[in-house]
Design a protein around this ligand. Structure first.
Ligand code: FMN
Length: 216
């Protein structure tokens, strides 16, 4: 474990930076497991969980992944890189049945389950923007993993700088997999990046309708 004391979520949010460089400090399996499990607890529409994650830790695969990620050194330096994907066909290939089975175990009413069998395939096969649907779910789980890693005392770097086709080739991904983002996890080497600041709430948050400032 990077730190004996876990950070609070507020501390992790305040202190997190996109880490510029990692020192190769290993990520013990028990911590990796907690990070993955945290992400898998994320919410998703109809609980359909269309995310898939590939964990890259071997030096050889990290080297290949780096080459597919515009040669970003942190891909190779990090202890682990979680490649977050969405599976466009998961719901057709058993996810729906598994979601319903788990739901029934937890008390899902029978009539909900019967309706869901019809409504969910209808909804997903006619979705106006399926990549957006996939992306929003993958990123919730991804963000939960990132924050869990920070709570456990690790440093993280989210990345969109990669070539989809090359990453798919390195990881031997099925054609239905969309690579959404990479999450490098490890321990910061050297000094952290500057804090880039955040837009004022007046620019990004509105109250009741667009353009009306929120007063807090
Ligand atoms: C989805 C996503 C993709 C990103 N991709 C990259 C990347 O490929 N390379 C990189 O150096 N930083 C990347 N970043 C890091 C951002 O540049 C960084 O989060 C931003 O400048 C704000 O800095 P901070 O996270 O330290 O506050 C990415 C961040 C996010 C959320």
């Amino acid at each position: 474990m990077a730190n004996v004391m876990e950070k609070t979520l507020s501390q992790a949010i305040a202190q997190r930076r996109a880490t510029p460089s990692f020192d190769g400090f290993p990520l013990p399996e028990k911590d990796l497991k907690r990070i993955l499990e945290a992400g898998l607890q994320a919410p998703s529409g109809y609980n359909m969980q269309p995310w898939r994650f590939l964990v890259v830790r071997s030096e050889e695969q990290k080297r290949r992944l780096r080459a597919a990620s515009f040669n970003q050194a942190k891909v190779e330096e990090a202890s682990a890189v979680i490649v977050a994907c969405g599976d466009a066909d998961g719901w057709r290939n058993g996810d729906l049945e598994e979601m319903l089975r788990l739901g029934r175990e937890g008390g899902m009413p029978e009539n909900y389950s019967e309706m869901a069998k019809i409504n969910i395939p209808n909804y997903l096969s006619n979705h106006p923007n399926f990549p957006m649907w996939l992306n929003r779910h993958v990123m919730i789980a991804f963000t939960t993993m990132m924050l869990m890693a920070e709570v456990l005392g690790y440093d993280t770097a989210p990345m969109e700088g990669f070539e989809q086709e090359r990453v798919s080739e390195v990881l031997k991904l099925p054609l239905s997999y969309h690579v959404v983002a990479l999450l490098a996890i490890g321990r910061l080497k050297g000094s952290d990046k500057f804090y880039g600041g955040r837009f004022n709430m007046a620019r990004t948050v509105f109250a009741e309708e667009y353009g009306k400032p929120i007063k807090l």
